[in-house]
Design a binder for this molecule. Structure first.
Ligand code: ATP
Ligand code: MG
Length: 334
Protein backbone atom coordinates (compact mmCIF):
# COMPACT_ATOMS: atom_id res chain seq x y z
CA UNK A 1 0.00 0.00 0.00
CA UNK A 2 1.30 3.46 -0.66
CA UNK A 3 0.13 5.81 2.03
CA UNK A 4 0.08 9.58 2.05
CA UNK A 5 3.45 11.28 2.30
CA UNK A 6 3.53 11.63 6.06
CA UNK A 7 6.79 12.44 7.82
CA UNK A 8 7.54 10.93 11.19
CA UNK A 9 6.71 13.16 14.16
CA UNK A 10 10.42 13.43 14.90
CA UNK A 11 10.91 14.75 11.39
CA UNK A 12 14.13 12.75 11.05
CA UNK A 13 12.86 9.88 8.98
CA UNK A 14 9.70 8.94 7.19
CA UNK A 15 7.04 7.46 9.40
CA UNK A 16 7.54 3.72 9.34
CA UNK A 17 5.02 2.37 6.93
CA UNK A 18 3.88 -1.13 6.21
CA UNK A 19 7.28 -2.06 4.76
CA UNK A 20 9.04 -1.12 8.00
CA UNK A 21 6.32 -2.82 9.97
CA UNK A 22 6.91 -5.93 7.89
CA UNK A 23 10.59 -5.93 8.81
CA UNK A 24 9.74 -6.23 12.50
CA UNK A 25 6.25 -7.21 11.75
CA UNK A 26 3.85 -9.84 12.73
CA UNK A 27 4.95 -13.44 12.45
CA UNK A 28 3.49 -14.91 9.26
CA UNK A 29 0.85 -17.54 9.87
CA UNK A 30 2.11 -21.10 9.45
CA UNK A 31 -0.26 -21.72 6.61
CA UNK A 32 -1.50 -18.60 4.87
CA UNK A 33 -3.66 -20.75 2.64
CA UNK A 34 -5.50 -22.43 5.47
CA UNK A 35 -9.14 -21.68 4.76
CA UNK A 36 -10.40 -20.54 8.12
CA UNK A 37 -8.77 -19.63 11.39
CA UNK A 38 -10.92 -19.81 14.55
CA UNK A 39 -11.56 -16.05 14.16
CA UNK A 40 -12.62 -16.41 10.56
CA UNK A 41 -15.72 -18.60 10.56
CA UNK A 42 -16.58 -20.39 7.36
CA UNK A 43 -20.16 -19.13 7.75
CA UNK A 44 -19.11 -15.59 6.73
CA UNK A 45 -19.58 -15.19 2.99
CA UNK A 46 -16.50 -14.08 0.99
CA UNK A 47 -18.24 -10.89 -0.19
CA UNK A 48 -19.00 -9.97 3.41
CA UNK A 49 -15.33 -10.48 4.35
CA UNK A 50 -14.26 -8.35 1.38
CA UNK A 51 -16.79 -5.68 2.38
CA UNK A 52 -15.31 -5.53 5.88
CA UNK A 53 -11.81 -5.01 4.47
CA UNK A 54 -13.01 -2.31 2.09
CA UNK A 55 -14.81 -0.56 4.95
CA UNK A 56 -11.45 -0.32 6.74
CA UNK A 57 -9.68 1.35 3.80
CA UNK A 58 -10.59 5.02 4.46
CA UNK A 59 -9.64 4.62 8.12
CA UNK A 60 -6.29 3.08 7.20
CA UNK A 61 -5.54 5.93 4.79
CA UNK A 62 -6.72 8.62 7.20
CA UNK A 63 -4.66 7.41 10.16
CA UNK A 64 -1.56 6.21 8.28
CA UNK A 65 1.49 7.71 10.04
CA UNK A 66 -0.71 9.19 12.81
CA UNK A 67 -0.16 8.65 16.52
CA UNK A 68 -2.99 6.99 18.46
CA UNK A 69 -2.65 6.83 22.26
CA UNK A 70 -4.49 3.85 23.76
CA UNK A 71 -5.02 3.51 27.51
CA UNK A 72 -5.63 -0.05 28.67
CA UNK A 73 -7.48 -0.12 31.99
CA UNK A 74 -6.21 -2.25 34.83
CA UNK A 75 -9.77 -3.34 35.47
CA UNK A 76 -9.83 -5.31 32.19
CA UNK A 77 -6.82 -7.25 33.50
CA UNK A 78 -8.49 -7.94 36.82
CA UNK A 79 -7.29 -11.27 38.17
CA UNK A 80 -9.53 -14.28 37.57
CA UNK A 81 -9.57 -14.90 41.28
CA UNK A 82 -11.56 -11.67 41.78
CA UNK A 83 -13.88 -12.16 38.85
CA UNK A 84 -13.96 -15.66 37.34
CA UNK A 85 -16.26 -14.45 34.55
CA UNK A 86 -13.56 -12.19 33.12
CA UNK A 87 -11.01 -14.00 30.95
CA UNK A 88 -8.27 -11.40 31.08
CA UNK A 89 -5.85 -13.55 29.06
CA UNK A 90 -8.26 -13.61 26.11
CA UNK A 91 -8.99 -9.89 26.53
CA UNK A 92 -5.28 -9.07 26.52
CA UNK A 93 -4.59 -11.31 23.51
CA UNK A 94 -7.37 -9.64 21.53
CA UNK A 95 -6.10 -6.19 22.55
CA UNK A 96 -2.56 -7.14 21.43
CA UNK A 97 -3.86 -8.29 18.03
CA UNK A 98 -5.65 -4.99 17.54
CA UNK A 99 -2.54 -2.98 18.44
CA UNK A 100 -0.37 -5.04 16.08
CA UNK A 101 -2.92 -4.68 13.29
CA UNK A 102 -2.96 -0.91 13.77
CA UNK A 103 0.83 -0.82 13.60
CA UNK A 104 0.95 -3.14 10.61
CA UNK A 105 -1.21 -0.80 8.51
CA UNK A 106 0.97 2.20 9.34
CA UNK A 107 -0.65 3.75 12.43
CA UNK A 108 1.62 4.63 15.34
CA UNK A 109 0.02 3.27 18.54
CA UNK A 110 1.34 4.25 21.97
CA UNK A 111 -0.01 2.14 24.84
CA UNK A 112 -0.48 3.46 28.40
CA UNK A 113 -1.75 1.11 31.10
CA UNK A 114 -3.28 1.18 34.55
CA UNK A 115 -3.10 -1.53 37.19
CA UNK A 116 -5.19 -0.54 40.22
CA UNK A 117 -6.68 -4.00 40.90
CA UNK A 118 -3.28 -5.70 40.49
CA UNK A 119 -1.70 -3.25 42.97
CA UNK A 120 -4.53 -3.93 45.43
CA UNK A 121 -3.97 -7.67 45.07
CA UNK A 122 -0.23 -7.48 45.87
CA UNK A 123 -0.88 -5.13 48.78
CA UNK A 124 -3.38 -7.63 50.21
CA UNK A 125 -0.93 -10.50 49.65
CA UNK A 126 1.82 -8.76 51.65
CA UNK A 127 -0.68 -7.71 54.33
CA UNK A 128 -0.55 -3.97 53.64
CA UNK A 129 -3.77 -2.02 53.88
CA UNK A 130 -4.82 0.54 51.29
CA UNK A 131 -6.48 3.84 52.04
CA UNK A 132 -8.28 5.77 49.31
CA UNK A 133 -8.86 9.50 49.57
CA UNK A 134 -10.87 11.31 46.85
CA UNK A 135 -10.43 8.24 44.63
CA UNK A 136 -6.63 8.18 44.96
CA UNK A 137 -4.56 5.52 46.73
CA UNK A 138 -2.66 7.15 49.62
CA UNK A 139 0.92 6.21 48.72
CA UNK A 140 3.68 6.01 51.34
CA UNK A 141 7.24 4.92 50.46
CA UNK A 142 6.47 1.19 50.89
CA UNK A 143 3.30 1.46 48.83
CA UNK A 144 5.21 3.29 46.10
CA UNK A 145 7.68 0.39 45.91
CA UNK A 146 4.80 -2.07 45.52
CA UNK A 147 3.08 0.13 42.91
CA UNK A 148 6.28 0.26 40.88
CA UNK A 149 6.82 -3.48 41.15
CA UNK A 150 3.32 -4.19 39.89
CA UNK A 151 3.09 -1.55 37.15
CA UNK A 152 6.63 -1.74 35.77
CA UNK A 153 7.50 -5.33 36.69
CA UNK A 154 4.22 -7.16 36.11
CA UNK A 155 1.44 -5.39 34.17
CA UNK A 156 3.85 -3.69 31.74
CA UNK A 157 5.65 -6.99 31.08
CA UNK A 158 2.37 -8.84 30.51
CA UNK A 159 1.26 -6.33 27.86
CA UNK A 160 4.68 -6.23 26.13
CA UNK A 161 4.80 -10.03 26.02
CA UNK A 162 1.30 -10.26 24.53
CA UNK A 163 2.22 -7.87 21.71
CA UNK A 164 5.60 -9.45 21.03
CA UNK A 165 4.22 -12.91 20.30
CA UNK A 166 3.39 -11.26 16.95
CA UNK A 167 6.93 -10.02 16.30
CA UNK A 168 9.65 -7.81 17.82
CA UNK A 169 7.40 -4.79 18.24
CA UNK A 170 6.70 -3.60 21.79
CA UNK A 171 9.13 -1.86 24.14
CA UNK A 172 8.08 -1.40 27.77
CA UNK A 173 9.09 1.71 29.64
CA UNK A 174 8.10 3.79 32.61
CA UNK A 175 7.70 7.55 32.80
CA UNK A 176 11.06 7.57 34.61
CA UNK A 177 12.89 6.55 31.42
CA UNK A 178 14.65 9.43 29.65
CA UNK A 179 12.64 11.83 31.85
CA UNK A 180 9.51 11.01 29.87
CA UNK A 181 7.20 12.22 32.66
CA UNK A 182 8.18 14.91 35.16
CA UNK A 183 5.81 14.82 38.12
CA UNK A 184 5.04 16.64 41.32
CA UNK A 185 3.06 15.68 44.42
CA UNK A 186 -0.67 16.07 43.90
CA UNK A 187 -1.32 16.93 47.52
CA UNK A 188 0.62 16.48 50.76
CA UNK A 189 -2.05 14.21 52.23
CA UNK A 190 -1.76 11.67 49.39
CA UNK A 191 2.00 11.02 49.74
CA UNK A 192 3.67 9.93 46.52
CA UNK A 193 0.66 10.39 44.26
CA UNK A 194 1.79 12.56 41.38
CA UNK A 195 0.45 14.95 38.80
CA UNK A 196 2.08 15.45 35.41
CA UNK A 197 4.16 18.63 35.21
CA UNK A 198 5.78 18.02 31.85
CA UNK A 199 6.11 15.34 29.17
CA UNK A 200 9.33 14.99 27.17
CA UNK A 201 8.20 12.90 24.19
CA UNK A 202 11.61 12.59 22.48
CA UNK A 203 12.08 8.95 23.52
CA UNK A 204 8.61 8.04 22.26
CA UNK A 205 9.26 9.71 18.90
CA UNK A 206 12.52 7.78 18.59
CA UNK A 207 10.85 4.47 19.31
CA UNK A 208 7.98 5.21 16.90
CA UNK A 209 10.46 6.17 14.18
CA UNK A 210 12.09 2.75 14.65
CA UNK A 211 8.77 1.03 14.00
CA UNK A 212 8.33 0.09 17.67
CA UNK A 213 5.28 0.26 19.94
CA UNK A 214 5.96 2.01 23.28
CA UNK A 215 4.09 0.57 26.28
CA UNK A 216 4.17 3.07 29.15
CA UNK A 217 3.84 2.39 32.89
CA UNK A 218 2.70 5.52 34.68
CA UNK A 219 5.42 6.31 37.19
CA UNK A 220 6.90 9.80 36.94
CA UNK A 221 9.76 11.53 38.77
CA UNK A 222 10.40 15.03 40.05
CA UNK A 223 13.63 16.91 39.35
CA UNK A 224 15.32 15.33 42.39
CA UNK A 225 14.56 11.83 41.12
CA UNK A 226 11.72 11.11 43.56
CA UNK A 227 9.21 8.74 41.94
CA UNK A 228 5.44 9.30 41.93
CA UNK A 229 2.48 7.07 41.14
CA UNK A 230 0.29 8.85 38.56
CA UNK A 231 -3.23 7.99 37.42
CA UNK A 232 -2.94 6.27 34.03
CA UNK A 233 -5.83 8.23 32.47
CA UNK A 234 -4.07 11.47 33.38
CA UNK A 235 -0.84 10.24 31.78
CA UNK A 236 -2.64 9.07 28.63
CA UNK A 237 -4.21 12.51 28.18
CA UNK A 238 -0.90 14.29 28.76
CA UNK A 239 0.97 12.00 26.33
CA UNK A 240 -1.70 12.41 23.66
CA UNK A 241 -1.41 16.20 23.98
CA UNK A 242 2.42 16.19 23.97
CA UNK A 243 2.55 13.81 20.97
CA UNK A 244 -0.12 15.72 19.05
CA UNK A 245 -1.99 12.45 18.67
CA UNK A 246 -4.81 12.05 16.18
CA UNK A 247 -6.84 10.00 18.66
CA UNK A 248 -6.93 9.08 22.34
CA UNK A 249 -8.74 5.83 23.20
CA UNK A 250 -9.62 4.56 26.68
CA UNK A 251 -10.39 0.85 27.03
CA UNK A 252 -12.21 0.33 30.30
CA UNK A 253 -14.73 -1.95 32.04
CA UNK A 254 -17.90 -0.06 31.12
CA UNK A 255 -19.67 0.41 27.76
CA UNK A 256 -18.81 4.11 27.63
CA UNK A 257 -19.97 7.29 29.34
CA UNK A 258 -23.49 6.90 30.72
CA UNK A 259 -25.88 9.55 31.95
CA UNK A 260 -26.60 7.18 34.89
CA UNK A 261 -23.45 5.15 35.66
CA UNK A 262 -25.39 1.98 36.60
CA UNK A 263 -27.84 2.05 33.67
CA UNK A 264 -26.51 0.36 30.48
CA UNK A 265 -29.35 1.91 28.46
CA UNK A 266 -28.09 5.40 29.27
CA UNK A 267 -24.93 5.16 27.10
CA UNK A 268 -24.10 8.49 25.43
CA UNK A 269 -22.63 7.80 21.93
CA UNK A 270 -21.35 11.35 21.32
CA UNK A 271 -20.34 14.12 23.70
CA UNK A 272 -18.73 17.55 23.40
CA UNK A 273 -15.93 18.42 25.83
CA UNK A 274 -18.19 21.04 27.38
CA UNK A 275 -20.96 18.48 27.97
CA UNK A 276 -18.43 16.06 29.47
CA UNK A 277 -17.08 18.78 31.77
CA UNK A 278 -20.65 19.52 32.85
CA UNK A 279 -21.12 15.83 33.75
CA UNK A 280 -18.11 16.00 36.06
CA UNK A 281 -19.39 19.22 37.64
CA UNK A 282 -22.89 17.83 38.16
CA UNK A 283 -21.67 14.54 39.65
CA UNK A 284 -23.00 12.42 36.75
CA UNK A 285 -19.44 11.18 36.17
CA UNK A 286 -17.88 9.82 39.36
CA UNK A 287 -14.93 7.74 40.58
CA UNK A 288 -12.70 6.36 37.82
CA UNK A 289 -14.64 8.26 35.13
CA UNK A 290 -13.46 11.63 36.49
CA UNK A 291 -9.76 11.33 35.51
CA UNK A 292 -10.84 9.86 32.15
CA UNK A 293 -13.13 12.81 31.48
CA UNK A 294 -10.47 15.29 32.57
CA UNK A 295 -7.89 13.60 30.33
CA UNK A 296 -10.25 13.75 27.31
CA UNK A 297 -10.95 17.42 27.95
CA UNK A 298 -7.27 18.28 28.36
CA UNK A 299 -6.19 16.37 25.25
CA UNK A 300 -8.91 17.73 22.97
CA UNK A 301 -8.36 21.31 24.12
CA UNK A 302 -4.66 20.77 23.29
CA UNK A 303 -5.57 19.78 19.72
CA UNK A 304 -6.08 15.99 19.80
CA UNK A 305 -8.78 15.28 17.21
CA UNK A 306 -11.06 12.97 19.16
CA UNK A 307 -11.22 10.77 22.25
CA UNK A 308 -13.11 7.51 22.73
CA UNK A 309 -14.17 5.60 25.84
CA UNK A 310 -14.88 1.93 25.02
CA UNK A 311 -15.54 -1.38 26.74
CA UNK A 312 -12.19 -3.19 26.58
CA UNK A 313 -13.81 -6.44 27.71
CA UNK A 314 -15.54 -6.72 24.31
CA UNK A 315 -13.23 -8.70 22.00
CA UNK A 316 -11.56 -6.41 19.44
CA UNK A 317 -13.38 -3.29 20.69
CA UNK A 318 -10.39 -1.24 19.56
CA UNK A 319 -10.45 -2.71 16.06
CA UNK A 320 -14.18 -1.99 15.76
CA UNK A 321 -13.62 1.60 16.82
CA UNK A 322 -10.61 2.28 14.60
CA UNK A 323 -11.48 0.39 11.41
CA UNK A 324 -15.27 0.28 11.04
CA UNK A 325 -18.19 2.65 10.64
CA UNK A 326 -19.83 1.13 13.73
CA UNK A 327 -19.91 3.60 16.59
CA UNK A 328 -18.91 1.76 19.75
CA UNK A 329 -18.73 3.38 23.17
CA UNK A 330 -18.59 7.16 23.55
CA UNK A 331 -16.83 9.58 21.22
CA UNK A 332 -15.74 12.95 22.62
CA UNK A 333 -14.96 15.88 20.33
CA UNK A 334 -14.52 19.62 20.65
N1 ATP B 1 -21.10 8.45 34.07
C1 ATP B 1 -20.41 7.29 34.09
N2 ATP B 1 -20.48 6.47 33.01
C2 ATP B 1 -19.78 5.31 32.99
N3 ATP B 1 -19.00 4.86 34.01
C3 ATP B 1 -18.88 5.65 35.11
C4 ATP B 1 -19.57 6.90 35.19
N4 ATP B 1 -19.28 7.47 36.39
C5 ATP B 1 -18.45 6.62 37.02
N5 ATP B 1 -18.18 5.52 36.28
C6 ATP B 1 -17.30 4.43 36.71
O1 ATP B 1 -16.01 4.53 36.08
C7 ATP B 1 -15.46 3.22 36.02
C8 ATP B 1 -14.28 3.16 35.07
O2 ATP B 1 -13.09 3.69 35.69
P1 ATP B 1 -12.04 2.76 36.47
O3 ATP B 1 -10.99 3.66 37.03
O4 ATP B 1 -12.76 1.88 37.42
O5 ATP B 1 -11.45 1.79 35.34
P2 ATP B 1 -10.11 1.92 34.48
O6 ATP B 1 -9.64 3.34 34.49
O7 ATP B 1 -10.43 1.32 33.16
O8 ATP B 1 -9.06 0.99 35.24
P3 ATP B 1 -7.69 1.46 35.98
O9 ATP B 1 -8.06 2.66 36.82
O10 ATP B 1 -7.27 0.29 36.79
O11 ATP B 1 -6.73 1.77 34.88
C9 ATP B 1 -16.65 2.38 35.61
O12 ATP B 1 -16.47 1.02 35.96
C10 ATP B 1 -17.82 3.04 36.35
O13 ATP B 1 -18.09 2.38 37.57
MG1 MG C 1 -9.06 4.32 36.39
Amino acid sequence: MSGPDVRSPAGAAPAPGPAAAGARGPVAPDSPDSPDSPDSPASVAPEVKAGILVEALPYIRRFWGQIVVVKYGGNILRAKVDSPAVDEDAALASFAEDIVLMRSVGMLPVVVHGGGPQIGQLMARVGKSTEFRDGFRVTDADTLDLVRMVLVGKVNRDIVKSINVHGALAVGLSGEDANLITATARSASLGYVGDVVEVDPVLLHQLLAQGLIPVVATIGTDLSGQAFNINADTVAGALAAALDAAKLVFLTDVTGVRSSPEDPDSLIPRLSVDALAAMVDSGAATGGMIPKAEACIRAIRAGVGQAHILDGRVPHALLLEIFTDAGVGTMVRA
